[in-house]
Design a protein around this ligand. Structure first.
Ligand code: PLP
Length: 356
């Protein structure tokens, strides 16, 4: 079977060149006669990989001085807890914007330590991003999720905040410009725009650390990982390497300006069809629609089986919506080509002609 159009929500599509280079590195890394995954993480070649990965993050996102870049494990899910442990002092409060499944999970980890919900879109099944809520000045931090992977909403304008901001950018990091200086901490599981599952990117402002009075377990302490340059324990060498390759790919193609334009073109093409085609309807509020994950329904759900068969025959993969929304979700991460979106739009138009 040839290449498929991969709309998987995560793990997801990565550039084909990354798959090829990563495969070669598993067999014989840089002609060393060794596989990348059988050498010491303290060896020169791997330390060089880690250094380059960190440098690429800083360069691509314009990370200001005073921030550290870490590659950790435990997924974005462990960051839900680590963020609270490292930034929420005993007796303090942190505000959460609850905009979806992942935001809810982040809030749940912080709640016993003083997390409070400032606003939620649960009333309309997370189909919009709340606006106009207040961020009290006495909070230790404000936490939000930039892109709600499951519900297909995205924060377009980050709210002004007088308290430090922590953001889960798992599903839209490296997809558009962000001003890192507005955040004390950004984190992202690799497997949606950066690399394979197994590592988590953390960008943290150094002087924001060390201010809590609680005892932080060693593995959960950002200061430890900074001190040990992400090698306190054995790092996930393959995941870091493949992420580094993806970042090289992004940089060599033109970085954030290039990817922003490409992602906008894909989103415009698909949402344009969802809005035009009477057989489909989007589920998210228009102004909050995600450029990464487009969620939509059939206006006549009885024809689901027919539509499913049509897109599967067109070699489209991973289009089924999450069970909490139903319908369809097209995840258009960085590596997904415009051609793949065109292939889906073609199927939608054919469906309209034959079954609309
Ligand atoms: C996928 C996802 C997560 C969970 O990431 P893990 O690495 O699996 O823990 C968290 N937040 C968002 C926004 C996600 O899309």
């Amino acid at each position: 079977m040839g290449k498929v159009h991969n709309y998987s929500a995560g793990p997801c599509i990565l550039p084909q060149s990354v798959f090829e280079e990563a495969a070669q590195a598993i067999l014989n890394y840089q002609d060393s006669g060794l596989s990348l995954i059988e050498m010491s993480h303290r060896s020169k070649p791997f330390v060089a990989v880690m250094d380059e990965a960190r440098a690429l993050v800083k360069e691509i996102l314009n990370v200001p001085d005073g921030y550290e870049v870490l590659f950790l494990q435990g997924g974005a899910s462990l960051q839900f807890l680590m963020a609270a442990m490292n930034f929420l002092p005993e007796g303090g409060k942190a505000g959460y914007l609850v905009t979806g499944t992942w935001a809810k999970k982040a809030f749940k980890e912080a709640e016993p330590m003083g997390g409070v919900s400032l606003a939620s879109s649960a009333d309309k099944n997370f189909s919009y991003i709340p606006k106009g809520y207040e961020i009290p000045k006495d909070l230790a931090y404000f936490h939000l999720t930039s892109n709600n992977t499951i519900f297909g909403t995205q924060v377009k304008d980050f709210p002004e905040s007088s308290v430090p901001v922590i953001c889960d950018m798992s599903s839209d990091i490296f997809s558009r410009p962000i001003d890192v200086s507005k955040f004390d901490m950004i984190y992202a599981g690799a497997q949606k725009n950066m690399g394979p599952a197994g590592t988590t990117l953390v960008i943290v402002k150094k002087d924001a650390l060390g201010r809590v009075n609680r005892r932080i377990p060693t593995m959960l302490d950002y200061s430890v990982h900074i001190e040990k340059e992400s090698m306190f324990n054995t790092p996930p060498v393959f995941a870091v390497y493949a992420s580094m390759l993806t970042l090289r790919w992004l940089k060599s193609n033109g970085g954030i300006p290039w990817i922003t334009e490409r992602n906008q073109a894909k989103a415009d093409l698909l949402y344009g069809e969802i809005d035009r085609n009477p057989c489909f309807e989007g589920t998210a509020a228009k102004e909050d629609r995600s450029n990464m994950n487009a969620c939509f329904l059939l206006t006549n759900p009885d024809k689901g089986e027919i539509f499913d068969q049509m897109w599967q025959e067109a070699k489209i993969n991973g289009l089924k919506g999450h069970r909490s929304v139903g319908g369809y979700r097209a995840s258009m991460y960085n590596a997904l080509p415009l051609d793949s979106v065109q292939a889906l739009v073609d199927v939608m138009q054919e469906f309209e002609k034959k079954h609309g």
